[in-house]
Design a protein around this ligand. Sequence first.
Ligand code: SF4
Length: 290
Amino acid sequence: MKRQPRSATTLKKWRGEESPSVLRRRGCQFCSVYGPVASWRFGSSLGIDPIGLVSTCSFNCAYCQLGEIEQKTEQRKTFITSEQISRDLRDFAPWDVDIVTLSGSGEPTLALNLGEILATVKEMTRRPVAVLTNSTLLGDARVRQDLSKADIVAAKIDAVSEAQWRRVNRPVPGLDWQILWSGLRQFRQEWSGKLAIQTMVLASWSPQDQDQYIDLMQQLQPDEIQLNTPTRPRARQRQLETRGNNPLTAADGMQILKPVNAEILAIWAQKIATSTGITVRCVPLTATGP
Ligand code: SF4
């Protein structure tokens, strides 16, 4: 099919360059679709944000590119209707991307209408759909049911102990490390789609922690492990642009986090792959996208 040339406005929108103020002036408070983002994990990825203008998550990770999470909660609710997502998606037709990814301004499984959103996106775009989740709500059977509509789920595991989890991910009070793990194991058993474990490495792990991680991965048997290290600046204040390919720098008031050395990451990846037989991918240290 021959594609129509895109207008400058459409191209700007594709690149996620419209600020909330511009959107408001246009009578559109918020666009739930952004990108495409150049993702080192998924290729060309169109982002869906089911959360909205206020960043909302059950974690407040020390490295989160969104900055300090504005609304910290583990309560699910409908933030953006699937009708709005469907309307916003129409502007991005014909969706010539490798994948559509639900991530955006917080934790996508907090969206009570997640299952409906996934069904809508798949039906409209006919593209594979991935969800990036922090794994906290997988103990809830309704969340697992919703997530099972995805083609790929990338579940965050940044820690091997409750103390490390509290330090790195800073969960909201009431979340339980053991429930997270049992939910993740149960999801793995129930669902036959592609499960990737995404792990953010902020500093070299001790040999004991590495062994513990390998042990956990041997038990879980994900399809893939994605080792990441901070390559994107962290917002000091909430800025919608940080959900996509973040063009902002220290000069814009962003905090630059130090990535772990590429060689250290590669050695650890090799150790995990050799011990578990699971494919391990490392972020290229020039990457900017999720
Ligand atoms: S889980 Fe994701 S969105 Fe939530 S605080 Fe951590 S990095 Fe940010």
